[in-house]
Design a protein around this ligand. Sequence first.
Ligand code: ATP
Ligand code: MG
Length: 770
Amino acid sequence: MEKYLSQLNEAQLAPTLQKDGPMIVIAGAGSGKTRVLTIRIAYLMSQGVDPFNILSLTFTNKAAREMKGRISEIVGTSEAKNLWMGTFHSVFAKILRIEADRLGYPSNFTIYDAQDSQRLVSAIIKEMGLDKDIYKTKQISSRISSYKNSLITVKAYFQNTDLIEADTMAKRPRMGDIYKNYVDRCFKAGAMDFDDLLLKTNELLTRFPDVLAKYQNRFRYILVDEYQDTNHSQYLIVRALSDKFQNICVVGDDAQSIYAFRGANINNILNFQKDYDDVKMFRLEQNYRSTKNIVNAANSIIDKNQTKLEKVVWTANDDGPKIKVNRLMTDGDEGRFVASSIYENKMEHQLNNSDFAILYRTNAQSRAMEDALRKRNIPYRIYGGQSFYQRKEIKDVLSYLRLIINPADEEALKRVINFPGRGIGQTTIDRLVVAANGYNRSIFDVMKHIDKVEININSGTKNKLMNFVTMIESFQVMNQTANAFDLAEHVTKVTGLIKEFKNDGTPEGIAKMENIEELLNGIKDFVEGQEELADATGSLPEFLEDVALATDLDADKGDADHVALMTIHLAKGLEFPYVYIVGMEEDLFPSGMSMNTRSELEEERRLFYVALTRAETQAYLTYTMSRYRWGKLIDAEPSRFIEEIDENFLEVLTPIDDKRFNPMLSADIFGDIEPNQIRFKKPTKRRSEEKPAKFIPPAKLKPIGKSTGSPDVNLFDGKLTVGNVVEHMRFGKGEVLKIEGVGTDTKAEINFEHGGVKKLLLRFAKLDVL
Ligand code: ATP
Ligand code: MG
């Protein structure tokens, strides 16, 4: 233990050795908060605290696994295994299974993922005969989610005239009925969605004092990482569980609170001292992660926020290189720049792919990066987006497996009842749903007793339904003895899934087959991994639980060496030597949807702080001059966040002798040019801050390196004449209608097949003469 304590500085030791009582560690990025939590847990155990009595809540399962790994090194695997460690969702799913009967749920309840719940919402909207343009599935789903996270049950909803009025004003008077329907249907299907895992835990702890007492006694020591991003529901759970012993240790950074849009409440951290008596407050100031340039630049950014706790962050690390800023023409150029920069850095500094991360504000930005990385043969992995478990063929297999465990699972049933095709049509399914609602039973129940229920289905189809029931029941029998792998393999064969994709014969079909094989491999790994553990058996329910709560970060086995691509939200808590933050443009980052109020803008700024502080050695910021958004090529302005960084920490890669990139000149030169061509206009929209963000004139900055954003072809006068047919990267083929001006000012009017007549300044136009 001594050895590990010696890995902490004095400021870190204090909260580590503070065994009892409520305490909070507030500190900036990279200051060792997560390290303190880890070593603290080991320390508690060395002080005789039973690992069964320690609950540690982390942001991802991956973080929990890593922590457990480190603790195992210190105290040994067998001891560490008994710790309760995981995300809020995974820990409370476990508790809910144990206590399910209290709430009228089966212990084998299914966990609906976002896709399942949206499918259900959409089905309900359709069944209720509502206009799907007014009742938009995604919006309705997110309303339901926010009710749940604010602990507004259906009953509470109908008692809340404000809510009803708001929904009526929003032309959605049936919102409450949809909510009620949705909740009833989930209950009947024995399913909980993600928000239920928190809502139901709260219900459990409030309604049943004996259950509360049981878990209060069990979790004598509670630790929470990333406390700034807990929402109200999570806050109440932690508060209730820690109420008896008050041995609660939370760590966080108000400057990294980035989940307000999902209900995270920064006040949880700000008010912690009011919630408990005699709170010990600790601060850590030394950053061990990043260079001076990065730490200081990050400080200069967060300084712009009004709502913040004053904090000092410094580092003894080297100055390191400055943050490199580069301006590119298009997202394609941006991708190419990032890919070649990664390549060059790798060669120059002898690095692995895994030393690099590309971070972006929105998932859609990954495509240009992917294209460029592929061309360069640089292995990469996208986190977020469509995860493996969301792919259709995988969900199909999983749905069969879910049905075995919980045949009431409506979404799983609807997915596979006629896949592979068994001649059970949509009309039949609709009638089954109506009957199930009428009898207040699950669809599977209705099918099981199809001969006895009143339903307009012919006997041929009834036979098909019964065959399906018999098949699922045969799997259930097998499930009593077989392990998850043998069962899953059997299921993929007997249901005809494998055959379906094999017969398909297309490359997509083959890819799907391979994915299913990959899934089976995964199940095998899981079974083998679990068999070593005392409290697990490698059974199917355990596997499904793992899958249901897996996040994309968790799927990372860390075996292959790849560049990581992810949204900034996902990157929280992680660190990489080289970080590229791309798409540093107004309306993109800060997001156009988050600039209407100061608090929204401040959240975006915190997001930028999180992004920058992931970097250990070198950060890059890139932005483009034009970008396709919502199907249109639009002008892009550099993000105000670039300008907010103290310029001493920046190095601008774009050469200043290149007039094209001089924003001061561009306004005049391009005055009458189509906006979709190269243009650089000064930021105009300033919705939420008095001080307008101005762009740093390049003259202030030292020119370094070569521009990678230069157009492929520059055409000057003389080369092009009226009647020429040309090709443009974006607008396709076009005919030259008119040429005007001379020298570098020559412009051409061209009629393009995509986009019609455009006037282009030839000096910059990316044109090929055909
Ligand atoms: P974030 O706010 O980003 O979650 P954090 O405060 O949790 O950051 P850690 O991830 O715990 O910070 O630590 C940042 C890095 O610094 C890690 O690589 C960690 O191993 C290292 N580190 C922390 N404390 C020390 C120390 N006392 N000596 C050496 N390295 C340290
Ligand atoms: Mg951390």
